[in-house]
Write a protein of this length. Sequence first.
Length: 489
Amino acid sequence: MTSVINEPISKIIKIFPGAVKIVAVLTIVALLGVGSIAGAEEDEDSKKIPSRTYEKLKAFSEILSLVESNYVESVDSDELIDGAIKGMVKALDPHSSYLPPKSYKNMLVDTSGKFGGLGIEISVRKGILTVVSPIEDTPAFNAGIKAGDKIIKIEDESTLDMTLTDAVDRLRGETGSPVKITVFRESLDAPKDFTIVRAIIKVRSVVKKIYRKEIGYVKIRSFSKNTSKDLDAALAEFERKGVSKLVLDVRNNPGGLLNQAVEVSDRFLKKENLIVYTKGRTDEQNMRFTTHDKVKRVTYPMIILVNGGSASASEIVAGALQDLGRAVIVGTTTFGKGSVQTIIPLTDGSALRLTTARYYTPSGRVIQENGITPDIVVEMPLESEAKEDDEEKESEEKTKLRRFLREKDLKKHLKGKRSFDGVDNGDDSENEDSGEEEVEAKNSLEDELQKDFQLMTAVSLLEGWDIMQKTLKPSSKNTNSVPSQVSMN
C-alpha cells in the first residue's frame, strides 16, 4: 500500500526530521570534509544525532574520496552516491526503496490504471523476487505466470541481489519488446524460462457476473482510482436483477489505493464502524479509517474469496469484514503485506519510498507477515501437467458432451406419457431458439464453476444459506438446541 505526499519540503522535514538532518550532515561531510564535523557538533539540533553517526559519515566521506581518486577506472560521483543511498534503504525492508527520477515517474504512471509492462505485481520475500499475483488478461497471466512464482533471473541476470525497483525497471520496456524471465515453481522439477512480450497494461478493476439467478459475483482485480464507482455500478445492476447474495473475489489482487479499500469496505458495513488503522513511530503516521453515511449499503449475505495472491488493500477489506462479522472468508491464507509506504518527493526529481507504519484490522490484528486466515480453508486442486492416457481424454469428452444430451436423444428411450398417448406436444423450436443464447451463457457460467473449486464452494455455501438460517434459528420451544442465530446483517 502506498500513499503519495505532495507537500512542500518544510512539511516533509516536520514529518521526518531525523532523516533530513542526516542527509544534511552527509552533504556537509561530503563537500567540506572532516573538519566541518566539529562545527556541526556545536549546532544544538545536530547534538541530537548520536556521535556514532558522525563517525560513520566520516568513514563514508573518506571512502568516497578514495574511490574517486584511486579506483582502477574513472567513476561518476552521482552514481556512487545513488548507489550508497540505495544500499542504505535496502538495509530497511523490501518495500522501502530509493526511486531515481525515472523510476519515480514510472510509479506515478502506475496509479493511472494504464501502463506498459508484463502485468504482474512483485515483491521481495526472504530475499527472493516473488510474484504476488498476475493481473488477468495480461501477457504474464496468459503466459502462465502464477502467484508465488519466484523470479530467479531476468534476461539471464540473477535477481538475488536485485532491489525491487531495479527489477521493475528491467521488467518494463517498450511495448512489443520481449523479456525473458526464469521462474522457479514448487510444482516444477527445474526452473522454467518464460519469454513474455511487453504490452500496455489496462486494468479493468471490477468484473461482475450472476450465478444461479440470485448470487452476484464481483471480482476486484486491483484497487485503482475508479474501483468504488465500478463496484457501485455492479451492485446497482444486481439490485435490479434481484440478487440476494454476493461473492466478493479478491484472489490474486495485489492491492492498490488505501482510500479505495476503505470505500469498498464501507459499502458492506454499518455506520461508524472502524475499518482499519495504522500505527507508526510518530503521531502523523497514526491514522484511523471509519465508515460514513454517504453511501448506499448492501446487507445481504456475502463470502469473500482470498488466496496467497491477495495482498495489501485486499487484506484490509477481508480483515475488516471478517472482524466485524460481516462476511465469511473462504480460500487460503493471504500474502501478509500490511505495511504503509509513504512516497517522499525529493528536490532533484527523485523520491524515497519509505515504510512508515503497519496496518491493523478493527480487532487489532497485525496484517504484516501474518496475513488473513480464512474462516473456511479451501485449497485449489493441483492442475495436472498432462493427461494420463487416451481413455481418460475420451471419458472427459463424453462428460462434456452429456451436457448437451437429454433422455430423448438416447437410443430406445422410454416415451413420456403424453407422447405415448399420442398427444402432440407442439413445436417448441421457436422458443428454444429464442432462449439459446441464455442457455449457452448459463452453461458457460456453470463450466466456470466446475473449473474453480473455491468459487464453487462459495456459491454452494450461499445457495444453502437460507436453509441453514432457518435450521439454526433458535426455537422458542427449544432454546437449548442452538446457542445463537446465524446472521450476516
